[in-house]
Design a protein around this ligand. Structure first.
Ligand code: NAD
Length: 480
């Protein structure tokens, strides 16, 4: 099922770069196949962009910057207002593209687009988050105020698992703040980024404000090294994220790096059995476990035996099939080969019981439909297990006790906490606040922190005294 966004291209479709407002086919000699993980069909091919093309994209972004940063914020917001309307118009097309290239079910793909759309909606009113501060008369006749200004050319490097939502975490916030942008989509599923870029331009984003370069490690390194790129947003694995963080910060760039996870649910014996098991199944196996906030470990306080058989029974009832089939619960994973089923990366829900913290399956992120079951004698012990894990993306507790919930919320080290909520991903007026090994940097994605990431503060001190009495040179440090 080929995507239809560049229908003049020969099949297999070569995905163009977007440079200075034009979709241009790369002159690269190397292309990577984009594979439909449900069928192994080649959907399209992405180029390993040449260095000249990459430099041309940065030059286009740099050229577009002065006029875009001086475009009134109200006008920039209005582009977002139109953009969100166009995303809604093309929701089905976007979702189908996500399912085709990434594999998740169509309903889940709609959620992928929708959670990104919410960031665009938030960007429509982002001016208030860019307001500065003012203190009048800090000294006689002197006022000081601060203003938030854009940084210049920023860049975003995306993972495969949310092909629509994660690009939308990045460029709408960056450009509404007045920056111009270079986006590098995942080489595994670039289609949604291309569709979104077309819509952004249809919404009135001027040429050069958003540019797209495809590629893999070399393109990422070029982004880290280029002196005209001021900030990098990264979402993906720890290997890539820490490499990018180290390389780009050494070059003086701002970096926000959202990385891997091992998200825990602590289940207290007083939790509602039915609702909790349904939540564990949905959060563990939804999107085939390929969400950074997917649940990967359940710690049963007081023993797992009463829960295990029901959990296994409900997991067995889930339907594994292509994401385009209407009754599918989980689609294929992005890559794996199961002997005998070579033409689909399908893997069924998997539950591993009696897991302990020293096991490899516990220490590493699996990023598939695998749920680990552990046991603890007390809430205290369960909290210690969770806090002993290196990751700190999300953790959740299922209980009817406010006291237990409050203790958990206070003592748990994960950055996103759920209380009877299995996947506590904050909406765009908050920020995505993973911590420990799940995040590097100090300004999180979207919300207030996202605006702070894409802007810098300038502080102005002005003297408008109505006299020229100070005609003496004063060599001392000025004091008020
Ligand atoms: P990935 O790290 O393999 O790829 C992400 C991006 O980095 C891609 O654009 C890729 O081209 C580039 N890249 C990969 N390896 C690189 C290297 N060695 N040097 C330079 N660039 C490199 O990640 P993925 O497999 O696409 O995505 C899954 C991972 O992303 C999981 O670990 C998941 O937890 C994480 N993730 C985290 C969040 C979050 O918000 N914390 C959200 C989504 C996904």
């Amino acid at each position: 099922m080929a995507t239809s966004h560049f229908s003049t291209q020969p099949y297999p479709l070569r995905v163009p770069n977007l440079i200075g407002g034009k979709f241009v086919e790369s002159k690269s000699l190397t292309f990577i196949d984009v594979i439909n993980p449900a069928t192994q069909e080649v959907v399209s091919q992405v180029p390993l962009t040449t260095n000249e093309e990459f430099k041309a994209a940065v030059a286009a972004a740099k050229k577009a910057y002065p006029s875009w940063r001086n475009t009134p914020i109200t006008k920039r917001q209005r582009v977002m207002l139109k953009f969100q309307e166009l995303i809604r118009r093309d929701m089905d097309k976007l979702a189908l593209n996500v399912t085709t290239e990434q594999g998740k079910t169509l309903k889940d793909a709609q959620g992928d687009v929708f959670r990104g759309l919410e960031v665009v909606e938030h960007a429509c009113g982002m001016a208030t988050l860019q307001m500065g501060e003012y203190v009048s008369n800090v000294s006689n006749g002197i006022d000081t105020f601060s203003i938030r200004e854009p940084l210049g050319v920023c860049a975003g490097i995306c993972p495969f698992n949310f092909p629509a939502m994660i690009p939308l975490w990045m460029f709408p916030v960056a450009v509404t703040c007045g920056n111009t942008f270079i986006l590098k989509p995942s080489e595994k599923d670039p289609g949604a980024s291309m569709l979104l870029a077309q819509l952004a331009m249809e919404a009135g984003l001027p040429e050069g404000v958003l540019n797209i370069v495809h590629g893999a490690h070399d393109t990422v390194d070029a982004i880290c090294d280029h002196d005209d790129i001021k900030a990098i947003s990264f979402v993906g694995s720890n290997v890539a994220g820490m490499h990018i963080y180290a390389r780009a910060t050494a070059k003086g760039k701002r970096v926000q790096s959202n990385m891997g996870a091992k998200n825990h649910a602590v289940v207290m014996p007083d939790a509602s059995v039915d609702a909790t098991i349904n939540a564990l199944i949905a959060a563990g196996f939804g999107a085939a476990g390929q969400r950074c906030m997917a649940l990967s470990t359940v710690v049963f306080v007081g023993g797992s035996k009463p829960w295990e058989s029901i959990l296994v029974e409900r997991a067995k009832a889930l339907k594994v099939n292509a994401g385009t089939e209407p009754d599918t619960d989980l689609g294929p994973v992005i890559s794996i080969q199961v002997p005998g089923y070579e033409s689909g990366n399908f893997i069924g829900p998997t539950i591993l019981a009696d897991v302990s913290s020293d096991m490899e399956c516990y220490k590493e992120e699996i990023f598939g439909p695998v749920l680990l079951l552990m046991e603890a004698d007390s809430l205290e012990e369960a909290i210690n297990i969770v806090n002993g894990n290196k990751y700190g993306n999300g953790a959740t507790i299922f209980t009817r006790s406010g006291v237990a919930a409050r203790k958990f919320q206070t003592e748990i080290e994960a950055g996103q906490v759920g209380i009877n909520v299995p996947i506590p991903v904050p909406l765009p007026f908050f920020s995505f606040t993973g911590n420990k090994a799940s995040f590097a940097g100090d300004l999180n994605f979207y919300g207030k922190a996202g605006v702070n990431f894409y802007t810098q503060i300038k502080t102005v001190t002005q003297n408008w005294k109505d006299s020229d009495s100070e005609d003496k040179i004063n060599m001392a440090m000025p004091t008020s």
